[in-house]
Design a protein around this ligand. Sequence first.
Ligand SMILES: [Zn+2]
Length: 159
Amino acid sequence: MRRKPGNLRKLPDSAPAVFRRTLSGMGSMRSVVDYALARRATLKSVLAGRTTISDVCDAHPYLLRAAKFHGEPTDRTCPICRRTKLTHVTYVYGDELGQYEGRVKRGPELDEMALEYGEFQAYVVEVCQSCAWNHLASSYVLGTGEPRARRGRRVRAGD
Ligand SMILES: [Zn+2]
């Protein structure tokens, strides 16, 4: 994951169209991983009876809460219950994030963070608020590619 900033800057703006909606004009999304294949394999396993519905519709109460209050709606219908549109919940992780590590963030907040931090990882989880289906949808790296400027919380004395 640790790449030289020089390399990062050379990467083209290759974010899939689905992300351009929320991250338009930023151009710093990289290391995008799409989990569609794993998702398909999971669904196939359910259809074949090798995996039970309760195994895949096991969203933690915290995740369901996050979907309800901090999630972003999608146009995709739940592949299990087919009743509800899926919600995306995006978690952020990274050494620089401090107290924000592991928090749920939405598009505009991610845009801001991408300009503020050097590098952090975002994990997008799709969640059905009806049947509790949940699966990793994608992950990607955001940030300026430069070490974060020494400012803000870290230099605030006597906090
Ligand atoms: Zn569902």
